[in-house]
Structures are given as C-alpha cells and as structure tokens.
Ligand binder design. Structure first.
Ligand code: NAP
Length: 320
C-alpha cells in the first residue's frame, strides 16, 4: 500500500506526477487559514508532509502519530520545533545549496537598489518629476570599492562575499561564531566582532539563521554603531532585526537606508510603519523566488521526502 503524503505547497506538474507515482497525495491550500480543518483531518494518516511557510509545533505533530518525515521547501528551519521532532522520531529535511546563489543575488539586488535609489527614483519618474537632468539631491552612493560586512558566513554569506570581492571590488568583513580561514583566503575577507563589523562597514548584510541567539541581533544599540552613511540589508529572517528600532533609525536618518526581504510579520500589514519610510526598499521574501530555483528547491524536497519514506537517509536531514 502506498504511503500518504500531505502537500501544503503546490508543485509543478512534473514533480506532482513523480510524487503521485509513489505515494498518495492530499493537497491542502492555505493550511493555516481556510485549509486548516482539511489539514487536521489529513494528519492522522499522514506519513509525510511537504511544504513551506507553516509553523509546525508539537501540537500539530501530536495529530500525526504515523508521521515519518517533514520535508521543508526552504533552507531556514525556524518554523519547526526541532526538539518535538526529535522526541517523536520525525525526520526534518530542508533544501540548502540549490537556493544559495539566487539568495545572494537578492542580497545584491537590495544593496544596489538602496545605494542607487532605484525604487525611489523609478517612482519619481512615474510621478512626473523628471523635468531636467538630476542633481545632487538624487545622487546615490557607490557600492563598488566599499566595505561589505556579512553577518553569518555560511553558504549564502560566502556567495555574497564572492560577488562583493570578485564583482564589485569590495572589501569583505564578516562575523559568525566560528572564523572561516578558507573564506578569508579566497575573498580577502576579514573576521570581526559584531561591534567592529557594524562600525567599519558601508553595507551590512544579515545571513544568519533565526534562533534564540540571533533574534533581535540588530537592535537600537547595534544600529547606533553603524556609520550614518551605512545601509542595512536583511535577507535572513525578519526577527533578526528589532523592527521598531530600525524604523526609528531610518526615520531619524541615523543610517542611510535599509533593504528588507524579510519582515517580522509576513505578509506585511498595510499599517506597518515600514511603509512610511522613503529610505527603505522592501521585497516580499523573494530571496529564492526565481522560477528555476523554486523548481530546484521543490525537486530537492521531493527527493528528500521519497528517500525518507523509502527508509533511506535523505540527503538533507536536519535532525540526524
Ligand atoms: P548556513 O550555511 O547555515 O549559514 C548560516 C551561518 O550563520 C553559519 O555559517 C553560522 O556560522 C552563522 N551563525 C549561526 N548562528 C550565528 C550567531 N548566533 N551569530 C553569528 N553567526 C551565526 O545557512 P545559509 O544557507 O547561508 O542560510 C542562512 C539563512 O538565510 C537561513 O537560515 C535562512 O533563514 C535565510 N535565508 C533566507 C532566504 C530568503 O528567502 N530571504 C533564502 C535563503 C536563506 P557559525 O555556526 O560559525 O556561527
């Protein structure tokens, strides 16, 4: 008899067909909203779950006594109560590597958009303000040749470092708990304490996982250490930055600007004070959101799920 899988993210036809060959699939849209009752009904017989962007804690796992594996279509695993997974003997898998380069591109898209005021000036043209050649009031700041501080020198951090050093001639500084001598050698990167990195960088990019240690890692005190000319970019998770402190720093121009791909509350509520700020560029959590990369992530998640259900060790097991 085929095993049962609850899918809470739509897959391409190709991947859906591959999954359906091997398992019985129940597709649930919007599992935290209108699909919640259907999810609860499907969990008691589920052997596997595949999806993303849904919190999975002990109370949900308790509804799925047959569950063997949860295959997340993401690299970040902050939505999952890993201790509960371990207690219940449920495997958790993620999709690292395949999204690394695309996420680093997103980081650079935000760095460039903030520095060169791309979004703001696009709006300025559309509003009919372009009557003569622009002057200093609309100048941006250079990216090339500046200093990029990367907080979290993992896969995405290293891909950013490569772009910065090889493509933009930037000096790279980084902070993580463990120094990475090979990264220092490859990209001429310098290891710094968090404080020193914040004080020395022209651009600060966050690429740490969200954890108890990184929640609100950047608050008012850290923002105060940054240069008034510096730009903060967050492509990690919203809760790594104290959003109220960031709003305050941007409002009072204590830093030049910020680019956020991730926010504390997603989707961003329309009454968010972030929306009032001109020196801020927002993207709706698009870090890995290209056609090619999302398909590669979904393929990786399907591979992980099927391997686990076949009794093999999945390639990307988070909780061995
Ligand atoms: P990774 O390879 O695990 O790298 C994360 C790095 O952060 C690690 O090398 C780690 O180094 C460092 N780190 C962990 N805790 C830290 C702390 N308390 N202080 C300083 N550094 C710390 O992960 P990745 O693949 O690069 O992805 C990083 C994160 O980016 C993901 O977890 C995810 O949340 C986010 N992400 C977002 C998007 C998006 O759509 N915006 C896409 C992909 C990834 P040490 O262990 O040496 O500290």
């Amino acid at each position: 008899m085929k095993k049962s899988v609850v899918l809470y993210k739509r897959l391409s036809d190709v991947l859906m067909a591959r999954l359906q060959e091997q398992v019985d699939v129940t597709l649930i849209d919007d599992p935290a909203g209108v699909g919640k009752a259907a999810l609860h009904a499907a969990l008691p017989t589920a052997h596997g779950l595949l999806g993303a962007s849904m919190r999975l804690d002990d109370s949900l796992l308790a509804l799925a006594p047959q569950l063997e594996v949860v295959s997340s279509v993401s690299v970040g695993v902050d939505n999952y109560d890993i201790e509960a997974f371990n207690r219940r003997g449920v495997m958790l898998t993620n999709t690292p590597d395949v999204l690394t380069e695309t996420t680093a591109d997103t980081g650079f898209a935000l760095i460039l958009a903030c520095a060169r005021r791309v979004v703001e000036l696009d709006g300025w043209i559309r509003a009919g303000h372009w009557k003569a050649s622009i002057g200093p009031a609309h100048f941006g700041c250079d990216v090339q040749g500046k200093t990029l501080g990367i907080i979290g020198m993992g896969r995405v951090g290293e891909a950013l470092a490569r772009r910065a050093a090889a493509g933009f001639g930037m000096q790279v500084l980084y902070h993580s708990r463990n120094p990475r001598p090979e990264v220092e050698q490859r990209y001429g990167a310098g290891y710094r304490s968090l404080r020193a990195l914040l004080a020395e960088s022209d651009f600060v990019c966050l690429t740490v996982p969200l954890s108890a240690a990184t929640e609100n890692l950047i608050g008012a005190a850290e923002l105060a250490l940054m240069k008034p000319s510096a730009i903060l970019v967050n492509i990690a998770r919203g809760r790594v930055v104290d959003e109220a402190a960031l709003v305050d720093a941007l409002k009072h121009k204590r830093i030049r600007g910020a680019g956020l791909d991730v926010m504390v509350k997603e989707p961003l509520p329309m009454d968010s004070p972030l929306l009032q700020l001109e020196n801020l560029v927002l993207t709706p959590h698009i870090g890995s959101a290209t056609e090619e990369t999302r398909e590669a992530m979904a393929r990786c998640a399907v591979d992980n799920l099927l391997a686990a259900l076949a009794g093999q060790r999945p390639a990307n097991l988070v909780n061995p």
